[in-house]
Ligand binder design. Structure first.
Ligand code: NAD
Length: 437
């Protein structure tokens, strides 16, 4: 199949590279000249484990190309995937569909022969109808179908998620489009990945329902963690105790500083807006959004408490800035709220992240970026683990103690054993207080 992917970001580039790996002939298009220049020069503009190899391999085999000009690739394509951003619209939090509409107009100008236009971006229910209207208005002669195929990959594990998905959801309104989508995903289907065909609106809403459910699950365990703290119970043991129940499942039950990233915050907000527009209130999702927003900032109080009630004039060292490990994505990362809260409380902030520094730099002021965890800890009054990169799981505590002004470790991801850390002479604070015996 000949495939064009519009938008070569986290989703577009991974999808394009994986489709090429399946044997399809793929062109990834992006408006951002610097991104395309980098890709053409063999550089990957984002950090995603395994992506470099798969891109290089498929470029070498001639199955993957890049362009800034949309028309040639769309003209030749059997299917065009829209994978542009759908950020929160400033002011009301609804999904900003500007990039999707622009992409639809660009595609309309170039369609030749029967083409399936696939929305892979996360878009509010009814957007497929709008994309269809835009193309139909501009090109009444065009032969095309509009399909919704939301993406469920996770940054940091994007390649394996794309190649071994729990399911593939395709929302289509006609059989011709279904046949093209079956052909595109045939290699995965042969691997038994469930390919679920639904109506277009159902597929669009399935994506939001999935993200909202996961956001609620994280928020739920975070609130249980707060209660644990008050009553002397252990939230990790509770997570295990409930997660072993198959009806609940163990994933997304790790208490922490609140969810961030490019999807959950904006998608929960967009979903509640869609519901409100339709006279429905999704109170559980609304509550999760609000609780999470607050938590990202209030979690800084843990640091302040660990430092004796005030951080004024102190130096706080943060390990991990990205919203989760194995990505360089800083969008809506909890670290941003934590940094702001600590600076508001009078602290100086030092930070280290294995991959996120370049993306973090323009988003924060007055932060000293360190070269490694030990450089970061130098002269600090507290070291705070914000993101659980593997590189932070076995730190040399003795070495840290020598370089810090005060040996205080605040572990917002519960990756250390409090008793062991205390034995090394550290004051230790986490989201898992040890229950009194
Ligand atoms: P991104 O910002 O990394 O990439 C979007 C790309 O689209 C950018 O490179 C931008 O330059 C390009 N672009 C915008 N308008 C264009 C146009 N008219 N023509 C060509 N290129 C254009 O975004 P992302 O993280 O890949 O997300 C894309 C969509 O996928 C969003 O709707 C998001 O919600 C959804 N999604 C993201 C993830 C994730 O983990 N990042 C997972 C699932 C779904």
């Amino acid at each position: 199949m000949r495939v064009a992917v519009v938008g070569a970001g986290y989703v577009g580039l991974v999808s394009g590279a994986c489709f090429a790996d399946f044997g399809h002939d793929v062109c990834c298009i992006d408006l951002d000249q610097s991104k395309i220049d980098a890709l053409m020069a063999g550089r990957i503009p984002i950090f995603e484990p395994g992506l470099q190899e798969i891109v290089a391999n498929n470029v070498r085999l001639g199955r993957l190309t890049f362009a800034t000009e949309i028309a040639p690739a769309v003209r030749a394509a059997d299917a065009v995937f829209i994978a542009v951003g759908t950020p929160s619209r400033r002011g009301d939090g609804f999904a900003d569909l500007t990039y999707v509409r622009d992409a639809a107009r660009d595609i309309a100008g170039a369609i030749e022969g029967y083409t399936v236009v696939v929305t892979k971006s996360t878009v509010p229910v009814g957007t497929g109808d709008e994309v269809e209207r835009i193309i139909r208005d501009l090109r009444p002669d065009a032969e095309f179908s509009v399909v919704s195929n939301p993406e469920f990959l996770r940054e940091g594990a994007a390649i394996s998620d794309f190649k071994r998905p729990d399911r593939i959801i395709v929302g289509r309104e006609d059989e011709r489009a279904e046949a093209v989508m079956r052909e595109i995903y045939r290699p995965l289907y042969l691997n038994q990945a469930p390919l679920l065909f639904t109506s277009r609106r159902t597929a669009e809403l399935t994506k939001y329902a999935a993200n909202a459910f996961l956001a609620v699950k994280i928020t739920f365990i975070n609130e249980i963690a707060d209660l644990c703290e008050q009553v002397g119970a252990n939230v990790q043991e509770i997570a295990r105790g409930i997660g072993l129940d198959n009806r609940i499942g163990s994933k997304f039950l790790h208490a922490g500083p609140g969810y961030g990233g490019s999807c959950f915050p904006k998608d929960t907000l967009a979903l509640t807006k869609t519901a409100q527009d339709n006279g429905i209130s999704l109170r559980i999702v609304e509550a999760a959004s609000q609780v999470n927003e607050q938590r990202k900032r209030t979690i800084a109080r843990k640091v302040i408490k660990a430092c004796g009630g005030s951080v004024r004039g102190m130096t706080i060292a943060l390990l991990g800035l990205t919203f989760k490990p194995n990505t360089d994505d800083m969008r809506d990362a909890p670290s941003l709220s934590i940094i702001a809260a600590l600076q508001d409380a009078g602290a100086k902030v030092r930070a280290y992240d294995p991959e996120g520094t370049d993306q973090a730099r323009p988003l924060v002021d007055d932060v000293h970026f360190a070269q490694d965890p030990y450089d970061c800890a130098e002269g600090a009054d507290a070291l705070v683990i914000v993101t659980e990169w593997d590189a932070f799981r076995a730190l040399d505590l003795e070495r840290l103690k020598q370089t810090m002004r005060t040996p205080v470790l605040v572990d917002l991801r519960n990756i250390y054993d409090g008793a062991e850390v205390a034995q090394q002479g550290f004051a230790y604070e986490s989201i898992r207080p040890v229950a009194p015996t």
